[in-house]
Design a protein around this ligand. Structure first.
Ligand SMILES: [Zn+2]
Length: 72
């Protein structure tokens, strides 16, 4: 079965879709974001940037934690 993503309008499969009713993780996050902001002004690229930033931060936190455990 095919559904239309409510965020970007792209056709996506319903079955085996982790992010249903959305087409992807990005659209799911975007929808949440929109829900908080009550505005549909943020772009997908911006959300991707935020996700990358978060992952970068996580990496830094993890390596900080590791060096602390090593007593450095
Ligand atoms: Zn979508």
């Amino acid at each position: 079965m095919k559904i239309k993503c409510p965020v970007c309008g792209k056709e996506t499969e319903w079955e085996n879709n982790l992010w249903k009713p959305f087409c992807s993780k990005i659209c799911k996050i975007l929808d949440l974001w929109n829900w908080f902001n009550e505005a549909y002004s943020i772009k997908v690229e911006e959300v991707e940037e935020i996700i990358n930033l978060k992952e970068e931060l996580n990496d830094k936190t993890n390596s900080m934690w590791r060096s602390r455990k090593n007593g450095q």
